[in-house]
Design a protein around this ligand. Structure first.
Ligand code: UD1
Ligand code: CA
Length: 478
């Protein structure tokens, strides 16, 4: 048996008031269409077609390889879109599932159960439906006195009596392909929007006496479509709660769900704790027993088991097990911290590897560097990685000790176990075990202040304190 899915995504999404096609608007960092395609994941398909039109290059680029694309231009309605998709799919498949591209809350399990019910009943069509407290904007399921479905009426074509119906069309259907193909050819755009409605094809099947089943969604929120940005944030809030609930049930403590954002593809091991105000996005992974937040903003970042990450922004970084990061650290792409690394206050790391047990406790920039294990990087150390033209690498070998306020002018290497004196500007490689001092030598000039005051007294009679505080020259010439 041939089974095909068609996702409708050619509409302009006018109500979003956006340059961006509606299905590319993200929820928790992932585009709407990504959720819909993923919801198809529990069924085996012989083809998945996405109908695109408005800004189709954007949609095709974002989902290249994830589906086949069918072009509908201009968008003449959902019925027209399916007709075009069917043409491309070849002979009508026995089972054709159609779903709106703007329904990101549908679950894979729901689609699987709908297909199962539809095929078991050998129905001509199966329509997913839900009872909503506020059905405004949706197509209503109209039933006769015996409760049998007679048709679907769009809000814009509905009488007040029909508008009062709370049972709505979720925009998810399974069809027997050949029956649908016939019904589609009978569609006419004789409605308020002058469109070819897919919902009218259901009406045609009913009028012909074909078997049409209603599949009630056990969770009505799955029916919610996103037409404007208000519905977008509402759908995002529902997804957010769902994702957090899933982690809570899997043994993750989420201290304050109301202020926590966790993306759909984030993985968190049991016994991790996510503290208030944290935002975990993309492919972020958190290991067992890690303590993340408060206020950790992590994207595509890996946090090792038992690590602690407070008040930190990290993107494309890996934090080894047992490491301690923050408060106020910034880990940029390509950061690879080993185990039990300490990254402290106001430290930025970029495109660098840092070995086990190394400490970067305060006020430091490490960029394009390879730092060994057991290294102590003093407060205020800076890798001077950019000469205005190109980036250069700094290498600090195992066990080195970098004194406070050091500049490491790359390319440069500090050898294993070497010491760099505080305040040094290191331009040449430091051999293993050596001490490098690269700074001006201090000179003390006894009696200087008294001589200066005397000079000003002679000249102008100004107050001595004022004269000294304005003094700027004659210092350390080392
Ligand atoms: C549609 C249904 C409505 C249902 C609701 C559920 C129709 C006629 N109405 O209404 O019964 O309750 O979904 O959310 O189907 N699209 C195309 N080509 C077109 C027109 C639309 O691909 O020519 C796509 C859109 O991009 C969108 C989807 O189809 O992803 C639904 O279209 P939309 O205009 O949002 O339909 P609704 O008015 O929400
Ligand atoms: Ca819609």
């Amino acid at each position: 048996m041939k089974r095909v899915a068609v996702v409708l995504a050619a509409g302009k999404g006018t109500r979003m008031r956006s340059e961006r096609p509606k299905v590319l608007h993200p929820l928790l960092g992932k585009p709407m269409l990504g959720y819909v395609l993923e919801a198809l994941g529990a069924v085996r398909w012989d083809g998945v077609f996405v109908v695109v039109g408005h800004r189709r290059e954007w949609v095709e680029a974002a989902f290249a390889g994830a589906a086949s694309f069918v072009v509908q231009d201009p968008p003449l309605g959902t019925g027209d879109a399916v007709k075009i998709a069917l043409k491309q799919a070849g002979a009508p498949p026995e089972t054709l599932v159609v779903l709106n591209g703007d329904a990101p809350l549908l679950r894979a399990e729901t689609i699987r159960r709908l297909v199962e019910a539809h095929e078991a009943a050998s129905a001509a069509a199966t329509v997913a439906a839900a009872r909503l407290d506020d059905p405004t904007g949706y197509g209503r399921l109209v039933r006769d006195d015996d409760g049998r479905l007679v048709g679907i009426v769009e809000e814009k074509d509905a009488t007040p009596a029909v508008r009062a119906i709370r049972e709505v069309n979720a925009g998810l259907y399974a069809f027997f392909g050949p029956a649908l193909a016939e019904a589609l050819s009978a569609l006419r755009p004789d409605n308020a929007q002058q469109e070819y409605y897919l919902t009218d094809a259901v009406g045609h099947l009913l009028a012909r006496g074909a078997a049409v089943e209603v599949f009630p969604l056990s969770d009505p929120t799955e029916a919610r479509g996103v037409n404007d940005r208000r519905e977008l944030v509402e759908a995002e809030a529902i997804l957010r709660r769902r994702i957090i609930e899933r982690h809570l049930l899997a043994g993750v403590t989420v201290e304050d769900p109301a202020s926590t954002w966790i993306g759909p593809d984030v993985e968190i091991a049991a016994d991790a704790i996510i503290r208030a105000g944290s935002r975990l996005m993309g492919r972020t992974r958190v290991g067992e027993g890690a303590d993340v937040g408060p206020y950790a903003d992590l994207t595509d970042t890996e946090v090792g088991a038992g690590a602690r990450v407070r008040y930190t922004v990290a993107e494309g970084a890996a934090i080894g097990a047992g490491s301690d990061v923050g408060p106020y650290a910034h880990l940029r792409p390509g950061t690879r911290l080993g185990r039990t690394v300490r990254v402290g206050n106001f430290v930025e790391v970029k495109n660098s590897t840092v070995g086990d047990g190394t400490k970067l406790p305060h006020l430091t920039y490490i960029g394009d560097a390879t730092v060994g294990s057991g290294v102590n990087v003093g407060c205020g150390t800076i890798t001077v990685n950019y000469d205005g033209v190109a980036k250069h690498r700094t290498v600090i070998e195992d066990g080195a000790f970098i004194g406070c306020n050091t500049n490491l002018i790359a390319p440069v290497r500090v050898g294993a176990g070497a010491y760099v004196a505080a305040g040094s500007t290191i331009t040449d490689d430091v051999p293993d075990g050596a001490l490098a001092i690269a700074r001006a030598r201090q000179a003390n000039k006894p009696g200087y202040a008294e001589r200066l005051r005397a000079k000003f007294r002679d000249r102008s009679g100004r107050s001595a304190g004022e004269a000294v505080s304005h003094h700027g020259g004659e210092g350390n010439e080392g």
